[in-house]
Design a protein around this ligand. Structure first.
Ligand code: SF4
Length: 323
């Protein structure tokens, strides 16, 4: 049996865990590869018009894999690792991308609660039986994936400790805007909009070409943003809200960035709230919101980035000297 895994939505975020799980299962696995024009066109053709760009791309990855595989992994994510909720499209993903009887070919589509280890293991083992793999192999693969997650956290912690002990990062991080060679921006947004260079039209390379350094904040699997969330009327409901609002607050407080660049999908409901909340917290600190969809053109992005870069430079060198 051949299993297809779409490299879209939260794939990059959980990639080491997903790969470890399937490597340990010893089944025939096909990864869909990075997004491209062909995948986007498949997504536009098969997905509902109102869907956001990341959902259309996911649909495109699934359509490609359906031609090559017996089963396609289409997860139904209900809760993330900290117990927060996620966009409702994730909990209805199999219905959103399933056409006709194709839902019967989806696997791991039972509700997944990443914050409940026992429930997660039970669901994964139950769903995995469709792969004709012995139960003990499924349990072994699940535990190996869990270990990969813990190793990732340990490596991240060790890197942070090493940087701290060596004084690295600190000196750079604490430099004030006028003391740095170029501008530095925080790149925020949903993880799939940041990590998919086809979706964001190679944004990180464009920023580098303009001499802008990019920081994306701490590892979200590790970082506790509770400090930045104090003062809100209630705890943020969505994971992406908690992460992006928290990251923006942490980076702003550190004084280590000159601006914020937020990549947002056109017609994303959660972003409409997150962006306004960040704006209300940062006053007149420079922030550019880049909306992306399937019609986004390189030239439009280039022009806005150039204008933003000039604004940051002007602020760094002149506005700080105003009496
Ligand atoms: S959070 Fe926004 S961008 Fe992400 S899937 Fe939902 S609607 Fe799309």
């Amino acid at each position: 049996m051949r299993i297809g895994i779409p490299e879209a939505l939260l794939f990059q975020r959980y990639e080491p865990i997903i790969r470890t799980f399937f490597n340990n299962l010893e089944v025939d696995v096909v990864y869909s590869g990075p997004s491209n024009q062909d995948i986007l066109e498949r997504g536009i053709k098969n997905c509902v018009d109102e869907a956001c760009l990341p959902m259309k791309l996911f649909q495109g990855h699934v359509s490609k894999l359906e031609e090559e595989c017996d089963k396609v992994v289409v997860p139904r994510l209900m809760k993330c690792e900290f117990g927060d909720s996620i966009c409702p499209k994730f909990s209805g993903l199999p219905e959103l991308v399933g056409k006709g009887n194709s839902q019967g070919r989806f696997i791991f589509s039972d509700p997944l609660y990443l914050n409940d280890r026992a429930k997660l293991e039970k669901t994964v083992v139950k769903q995995g039986k469709q792969l004709e793999v012995p139960k003990e192999n499924l349990i072994r693969a699940f535990r190996a994936a869990e270990a990969a997650m813990n190793i990732r956290k340990a490596v991240y912690r060790a890197e942070a400790d090493f940087a701290g002990a060596a004084g690295m990062g600190e000196s750079e991080e604490t430099k004030k805007p006028g003391e740095r060679k170029g501008s530095r921006v925080a790149l925020l947004g949903h993880p799939y909009n940041i990590s998919d260079s086809f979706a964001n039209r190679n944004l990180i390379n464009k920023l580098k070409r303009l001499g802008i350094e990019v920081v994306t904040g701490e590892d979200p699997l590790e970082k506790d943003f509770s400090m930045q969330l104090t003062g809100l009327m209630k705890a943020p409901y969505w994971m992406f809200y908690r992460e992006n609002f928290g990251k923006a607050g942490a980076l702003l407080e550190s004084g280590s960035i000159d601006g914020i660049l937020y990549v947002s999908s056109f017609c994303c409901g959660t972003d409409s709230v997150i962006i306004e909340m960040i704006k209300s917290r940062i006053d007149d600190f420079p922030m550019l919101v880049l909306k992306i969809d399937e019609h986004t053109a390189e030239a439009g992005i280039d022009t806005r980035l150039e204008a933003f870069s000039e604004l940051l430079e002007r602020r760094r060198y002149h506005e700080a000297h105003l009496s």
